[in-house]
Write a protein that binds this ligand. Structure first.
Ligand code: SDX
Length: 429
């Protein structure tokens, strides 16, 4: 990492200066190591962290200008085409693609942990039936900490591994039960022998009355959607998990924090917002008026724009292909929402407003249409994002905890509040 390059800051009207090393990674921009900056008596200021690298990581690389995304060095296009979600989970957690034996052992380990403690099922019943499934997921995942005292020593690598496996195994089950509870359906159980995505569809839609037949094409599409959402460098929810983990909080509480952050419409909640936006627009004829509202900042074009991608989000292109496949499989290639979305994308990509701001479709623009076509209700879009991203969150958490140099995250601020002042008794106010 060290390459003896440096930048020099001069301050105090040129009277003082501070040399700061420039660190070079494997790929991507160099960084200025500002850890000695406090010697200046000043802080750096970067709300939203637009120019801040918060950590060193070996998990995922994004090139926003070129629209590239690599998990442990492997391009997302190749993983989406040739791998599957559980293999991607192994890759993100361990850094290498598994051998056949490693894959078999990993898959068995995940499947062995996919049931939920029966006591946990009563927690679902504490929620209103119409609670948003994301509220249920935040609560139930946080409550997992109460069930696994045998493996909460975060400094024990084996405990970290078992917690990661438990979370990857249980999140689909928790998401599916949140859906079923909302619908008034009886709770369901995982069915071993099915793939990860097949099992999720089974837990979501099976009924005690008849054998649930999984549509393999839809399950494969869902598995690919899980892969596309598995990780994405230091996004808001991953940074939330890292910050929560830096205090030593247990992994279940940290993942619950990540789920809470993901819920926001600027982040993982965007896929749900895209469908609502398409419903509001209704038809292509209404697009020009809607776009006027975007340009005068009345509303945003949801599913467009990205803090890092200033080119097409590579996941959006793959998602669009998957959308096409699923709609054709279901005979829905004339799906009005898909046609409206494609018209919206075409108009936006040719409009100077979007071109100047480098606004392109992101992963959320088409995901909602695919999920809708698969039969997933809108309220379950972000829970699916959360269950797929759990492996990314827990991989970053484990990478950070295993780093002996880890310190608790504690940013400072630029204070612009009141000067020191004395208390004023109420009768004098
Ligand atoms: C995800 O970080 C990740 O990696 C996230 C994610 C992951 O996998 O973890 O990729 C998943 O969260 C994808 C993003 C999903 N969100 C949305 O689709 C919501 C809509 N998009 C935006 O709200 C916005 O684009 C963000 C939040 C995604 C990024 O915002 P930034 O980087 O803070 O950029 P900005 O808000 O400063 O926008 C710059 C300009 C502004 O215009 P001006 O003030 O320059 O005139 O672009 C405009 C913005 O108004 N703009 C949009 C827009 N996004 C930005 N205008 C209309 N519609 C949009 N969607």
């Amino acid at each position: 990492m060290e390459n003896n390059r440096k930048v020099t800051l001069t301050y105090n009207d040129g009277k003082d200066n501070l040399d700061m090393p420039v660190l070079k990674g494997t790929l991507g921009p160099d960084v200025v190591d500002i850890r000695a900056f406090s010697k200046t008596g000043m802080f750096t200021f970067d709300p939203g962290f637009l120019a801040t690298a918060s950590c060193e990581s070996q998990i995922t690389f994004i090139d926003g200008d070129l629209g590239q995304l690599y998990y442990r060095g492997y391009p997302i296009e190749q993983l989406a085409a040739k791998s599957d979600y559980l293999e991607v989970c192994y890759l993100l957690l361990n850094g290498e693609l598994p051998t056949a034996q490693e894959r078999q052992a990993f898959e068995r380990g995940i499947m062995r942990h996919n049931m939920l403690h029966d006591q946990l099922m009563s927690l679902f019943k504490g929620f209103r039936r119409d609670a948003h499934p994301m509220a249920v997921m935040v609560g139930v995942v946080g409550a997992l900490s109460a069930f696994y005292h045998d493996s909460l020593d975060i400094n024990n690598a084996e405990h970290r591994k078992i917690s990661a496996h438990r979370l990857i195994a249980k999140l689909p089950n928790i998401a599916a039960q949140a859906y079923r509870y909302n619908k008034g359906l009886p709770f369901s159980y995982p069915k071993n022998g099915l793939t990860y995505a097949e099992n999720f569809l089974h837990m979501m839609f099976s009924t005690p009355c008849e054998e649930y037949k999984v549509n393999k094409t839809l399950a494969l599409a869902l598995d690919r959607i899980f892969t596309l959402h598995a990780d994405h460098e230091q996004n808001a929810s991953t940074s939330t998990v890292r910050l929560a983990g830096s205090s030593g909080a247990n992994p279940f509480a940290c993942i619950a924090a990540g789920i809470a952050c993901l819920w926001g419409p600027s982040h993982g909640g965007a896929n749900e917002a895209v469908l609502k936006m398409l419903d509001e627009i209704g038809s292509v004829e209404n697009v020009p008026a809607f776009m006027e509202g975007v340009k005068n900042k009345t509303h945003k074009l949801m599913g467009f724009g990205h803090r890092v991608y200033k080119n097409m989000d590579p996941r959006a292109a793959i998602m669009k292909e998957t959308c096409d496949e699923v709609l054709n499989e279901l005979g829905l290639h004339n799906d009005p929402k898909f046609k409206l979305a494609m018209a919206l994308e075409k108009i936006a990509l040719e409009d100077p407003y979007f071109i100047e701001r480098k606004l392109y479709p992101n992963v959320d623009f088409y995901s909602g249409i695919v999920l809708s076509a698969i039969g997933i209700p809108v309220s379950m879009f972000t829970p699916i994002f959360a269950l797929a991203r759990t492996v990314g969150w827990i991989s970053h958490w484990a990478e950070m905890i295993a780093d002996p140099a880890m310190k608790i995250g504690r940013p400072r601020q630029l204070y612009t509040g009141a000067q020191r002042r004395d208390y004023i008794p109420q009768e004098q106010r």
